[in-house]
Write a new protein. Structure first.
Ligand SMILES: Nc1ncnc2c1ncn2[C@@H]1O[C@H](COP(=O)(O)OP(=O)(O)OP(=O)(O)O)[C@@H](O)[C@H]1O
Length: 279
């Protein structure tokens, strides 16, 4: 489990990026930090691998306060995937993926073997392993970024808008792929995004943030969509514009009652009649 305990961050220039933030992310689940630009998402994410030191409060991994863990050692056991894949341009794809296992002491052959395995896991043709990152599409580069994040087999994966720079269709494909990978690998993931659909697709828990890292709402996707107490949240989720407002409930005769976000019935979808020509 990852726990943020009353963390705050004021940068040297006096910017209060996060005022006071607490959150528990259970092991093997995905928490999405969702919010608009500048609300402190990246700051919070980077506290977990000590790229940012909190000014107050603490971050714990499995009950251990990470301020006592050596940062380099910590980062080697936490995968980190960024928006622009962060790949080394002068190294082949396979060696980009194999970097951390190599640093962790794996032999070159073993690290590459693992690298090719990971390429398959994230849906990349292994023939691309000998290319350089610049010879791949944006979507392929992001897959390499994910494979690299997983290379040291970390329990924790930090993902900072990893699919932000690819076109919408590829983005949806990458989201599906990540959901599939997570189904299999069950990592503890913190995923930062400002894309609501992405959050609803990937999050077991979604934390909607306002400026200063203030939690406006948190819950499962269903809870967020169904319990709209906060105007900021409902505006942010687009519910008031009707985008995600439809709900369906089973009626007694097997049909579906469709209602809007306020519970106003809009109509009933009748059950399909028995067809005589069907066996
Ligand atoms: N190194 C820094 N020095 C000073 N201020 C910083 C620094 N890094 C971030 N900030 C400020 O802290 C606030 C939160 O930034 P952060 O990057 O955490 O937000 P974010 O929600 O991830 O934004 P985005 O979605 O644009 O990446 C912003 O006001 C930002 O300008």
């Amino acid at each position: 489990m990852i726990e943020f305990r009353n963390v705050g961050k004021t940068y040297q220039d006096g910017t209060a990026a996060v005022e006071e933030f607490s959150l528990k992310v259970p092991s093997h689940s995905t928490a999405v930090l969702l919010g608009s630009s500048g609300c402190g998402k990246t700051t919070l994410l980077r506290m977990v691998n000590r790229m940012v030191e909190p000014s107050s409060g603490s971050v714990l991994i499995d009950e251990e306060d990470i301020s006592g863990v050596e940062p380099v050692a910590l980062r080697r056991r936490i995968g980190y995937v960024m928006q622009h894949s962060g790949l080394l341009p002068h190294r082949r794809v396979i060696d980009n993926i194999a970097t951390v296992p190599r640093l962790n002491g794996a032999s070159r052959a073993e690290a590459r073997r693992r690298g090719y395995e990971l390429m398959e896991i994230v849906g990349l043709d292994t023939a691309l392993g000998t290319r350089y990152p610049g010879q791949l599409s944006g979507g392929q580069q992001q897959r390499v970024g994910v494979a690299r994040g997983l290379a040291a087999d970390p329990n924790i994966l930090l993902m900072d808008e990893p699919f932000g720079a690819v076109d919408p269709l590829v983005r949806i494909e990458l989201q599906r792929e990540l959901a599939r990978v997570q189904e299999e690998l069950k990592k503890t993931i913190i995923f930062v995004t400002h894309d609501i659909d992405e959050a609803l697709t990937l999050g077991d828990q979604i934390v909607v943030l306002k400026a200063g890292g203030v939690i406006a709402a948190s819950g499962t996707p269903e809870e967020l969509v169904q319990n709209q107490q906060d105007e900021f949240v409902s505006r942010f989720l687009g519910l008031d514009s009707g985008r995600r407002s439809l709900k369906a409930a089973q009626t007694e005769d097997g049909g579906l009652l469709i209602s809007d976000a306020q519970g106003r019935p809009l109509g009933v979808v009748e059950p399909e009649p028995e067809r005589a020509d069907r066996p």
